[in-house]
Design a protein around this ligand. Structure first.
Ligand code: DAT
Ligand code: MG
Length: 148
């Protein structure tokens, strides 16, 4: 099944949103296949956001990501990349729909609480960067009640 990389950013950790965010992915019917709380250094944050290195907000974005611990996770499920992005909501919280994580918990684009891979290909790259040993291999006994 498809996997995606989800990261709760330092503001989400500081604000005590970790449990709420995990709960939303769990209740949807996705499976947690990797998780760690880590402080990343500047070089690592720059690698994660390498595609945005030419943007004017890049330095501020990197400062934000290294400002405290983040929760890095692998989630697995049918269409989890695209559906994960829908659960997260639009990049700018002023445009994120209520009911999405950013719509419910964020105000500023530079404090938007959570990251999610934007394609299957970037998920593959991001999982390889953050979890070089790969995902944990386990299966939920409830799977037949969620997946036909
Ligand atoms: P997303 O996180 O929704 O995938 P992105 O990959 O385009 O969005 O950008 C990564 C992060 O960079 C985003 O979560 C917040 C920040 N960012 C994006 N566009 C920005 C902008 N115009 N001004 C300030 N920060 C921005
Ligand atoms: Mg992105």
């Amino acid at each position: 099944m498809e996997q995606t990389f989800i990261m709760i950013k330092p503001d989400g950790v500081q604000r005590g949103l970790v449990g709420e965010i995990i709960s939303r992915f769990e209740k949807k019917g996705f499976y947690l296949k990797g998780m760690k709380l880590v402080n990343v250094d500047r070089t690592f944050a720059e690698r994660h956001y390498a595609d945005l290195s030419a943007k004017s907000f890049f330095d501020g974005l990197v400062e934000y990501i290294i400002s405290g611990p983040v929760v890095a996770m692998i989630w697995e499920g049918k269409n989890v990349v695209l559906t994960g992005r829908k659960i997260i909501g639009a990049t700018n919280p002023s445009e994120s729909a209520p009911g999405t994580i950013r719509g419910d918990f964020a105000v500023e684009i530079g404090r938007n609480v959570i990251h999610g891979s934007d394609s299957v290909e970037s998920a593959r790259k991001e999982i390889a960067l953050w979890f070089p040993d790969g995902a944990e291999n386990w299966g939920s006994s409830l799977q037949p009640w969620i997946y036909e």
